[in-house]
Design a protein around this ligand. Sequence first.
Ligand code: AGP
Length: 372
Amino acid sequence: SAAEKAGYDYFMLKEIAEQPKAVADTLLGRIDASGRLTLDEVRIDAHALREIDKIVIVACGTAFHAGMIAKYAIEHWTRIPCETELASEFRYRDPILDPRTLVVAISQSGETMDTLMALRHAREQGSKVLAICNTNGSTIPRESDAVLYTHAGPEVAVASTKAFLTQLVACYLVALYLGQVRGTKWGDEVSSVVRELSDIAKQVDQVLETMEPVRELARSLKDKNTVLFLGRHVGYPVALEGALKLKELAYMHAEGFAAGELKHGPIALVEDDLPVVVVVPSPRGRSVLHDKIVSNIQEIRARGARTIVIAEEGDETVVPYADHLIRIPATPTLLQPLVATVPLQVFACELATARGNEVDQPRNLAKSVTVE
Ligand code: AGP
């Protein structure tokens, strides 16, 4: 009903707007005043956590993209090897699992059959399973050794938005917590990330306040057939997520690529006026990646692409090559997906509306996929 949508035309718009609160709620009570993490719900004892020698993340769809980003954070902050795999592929390839493997299953609904089957398989091999889930008491957390709930509140729209941002927050918390318990990498960098994580809700809010040009741009592209998305490092899964949103909602051909792969094939797709969205890493931090992606933008633009550039506030190097520039606040490199994904959600939602599509209930899709 209209009341449930709190004045918004669609649940998706309401859920996009709720993201700052969802992010803040997911952090609430989990970081103490001294910047230490208190994740009591991770009921896997500290000894077992110190013994872990491999982490495997399993998930589907948008949750899988959160898991891809988690891999960068986990390996960087804990130095534990981590792989992220589509739950539907995982158990069919006889994966190597043992009691020292921590399996992290990410699911908004907690009822996704592929993810459930993957975690059952992992537990049969003696691995511990930690669920990251948004739905209290659902099957996936019930069958896991421990659960870290995301506090996004109910997500009704089929296209996941606020659940994704809170999954990212939960993944960062798990990565930082493992670092804390194991005593690895708990230095200045990590303390400053914890501080910045506490500020991130405000930054998401800031992004939401500047979305009108993104909506305008989306409307102007409503008759296009294809949109490409490029990213690197944690921007690569963000590109995949932007493309998934556009497929689900606008029913357009949308593909995400790792920018470094351009010359290995995808650049052949670039033609005159093809919209290409590029997620630019911060020029601070891993600035090599920043410079490489700026050359990618130049390369595709020289071949006629219409470049839609998502770049940090104050990054002036991209200005000459951006046909459209979308600004996001500066964050630590690993946290950038929390702000960079938001314009892509708004973009897909507005394009879907402009094309006359049903935003909350896209054709052929169900909110949770309870069959394999
Ligand atoms: C996201 O927009 C999708 N509707 C879909 O990919 C979803 O993320 C996936 O089916 C996983 O669902 P879950 O998080 O409930 O397990």
